[in-house]
Design a binder for this molecule. Structure first.
Ligand SMILES: [Zn+2]
Length: 338
């Protein structure tokens, strides 16, 4: 694995400078971090050589096709990137945003609760615990893992620290944030009881929107996203762990229409950022004038029909902006493993 400490990354200095300009491109700003390029694939551990593809802020592995964020961020850089503005106590989004998030998490919990075998659920990267709370309301034991968070059902631990038997392990837009995502998945698969299900939602780095928007694609989110996955890489990894992939969706993981709206608006003069515009004032990276915010929001309204049409196209082409997977451990597989 790339080891941040061995890379002697210079203390953060440029990020804030880059972010204070609202037209700044986060991917480009991060890629200018004064540190050596990442030397190893964070997904398959291959050492990079001249055959890999060097992109802005990431390197795409010639073996597995997964891109790794480059340079590999130091712990200090990640702490700065997750500073309070990212997820303040009062919620991230203004108006309906946080309500919509809660509603969709609730719908996911309702459906999974119906199809899962009895037993507890583990949510890796639980955020403020919305999904966990939805399972608890169904009367199911649920534990969420989230660094620096607290709550009756939230633990500050890594998935590798967890043992026991779980009816589901869920990575809802969290796998791409982990320093050792493949190892986390292997451990998660071993935690599943017979009939238990691994649920994963991640951005699709080979989606149509990722290709159209390139370095400005919303879901690159450097340096918080450390790996940039493709459907074949994710599916083959899960199958190699002895699980049967029962559902792949390019819409269910969410953020697909929003990815298009954000990208289309970002192509306008001044590169307005809809994601910033819908966040509460205290959850924004940089100050935004009311007029510029209004410009971004108005543009998003105009872009919405186009975003919906583009979403329909990319989902039909099985190249949607997110990958959602459900994979089950079958009882027979469990026995043959031993
Ligand atoms: Zn690789």
């Amino acid at each position: 694995m790339p080891n941040a400490k061995s890379l002697a990354i210079r203390p953060e200095g440029r990020r804030n400078k880059g972010r204070s300009r609202r037209e700044s491109n986060n991917t480009l700003a991060y890629s200018r971090t004064n540190a050596r390029a990442t030397v190893q694939c964070a997904w398959c551990d291959r050492r990079f050589d001249g055959t890999d593809e060097y992109l802005t802020g990431r390197v795409r592995c010639a073996r597995c096709g997964v891109a790794t964020t480059s340079p590999w961020p130091s712990d200090e850089q990640l702490s700065a990137a997750y500073a309070d503005w990212y997820r303040p106590e009062s919620g991230r989004f203004s108006g309906l945003g946080d309500k919509v998030l809660r509603r969709t998490r609730s719908a996911l919990a309702d459906r999974l609760h119906r199809v899962l075998p009895p037993g507890p659920v583990l949510d890796v990267g639980a955020g403020d615990g919305t999904l966990v709370d939805a399972f608890v309301r169904h009367g199911r034991d649920a534990v969420g893992l989230e660094p620096h968070a607290s709550g009756p059902h939230i633990r500050n631990a890594e998935v590798e620290d967890v043992d026991g038997n779980w009816s589901a392990v869920i990575f809802w837009h969290s796998l791409e944030h982990l320093r050792r995502p493949a190892r986390a998945l292997s451990h998660a698969a071993a935690l599943l009881s017979p009939g238990g299900t691994l649920v994963i939602a991640v951005p699709n780095a080979t989606s149509l929107q990722a290709r159209v928007f390139g370095d400005r694609w919303l879901a690159l989110d450097l340096p918080r996203h450390l790996v940039h996955l493709s459907p074949p890489a994710l599916v083959s990894k899960v199958e190699a762990l002895g699980l049967r992939v029962e559902r792949v969706s390019y819409l269910r993981g969410g953020q697909v229409v929003f990815g298009w709206a954000h990208g289309l608006v970002g192509k306008l003069p001044g590169h307005p950022d809809v994601y910033e515009a819908i966040r509460r004032t205290e959850a924004r990276q940089a100050a935004q004038s009311p007029a510029f915010r209004l410009y971004a929001l108005a543009a998003a309204v105009v872009a919405l029909p186009f975003a919906l049409a583009a979403t329909a196209v990319e989902v039909a082409a099985r190249a949607g902006g997110t990958i959602y997977i459900e994979a089950r451990r079958e009882p027979a597989t469990e026995e043959s493993r031993r």
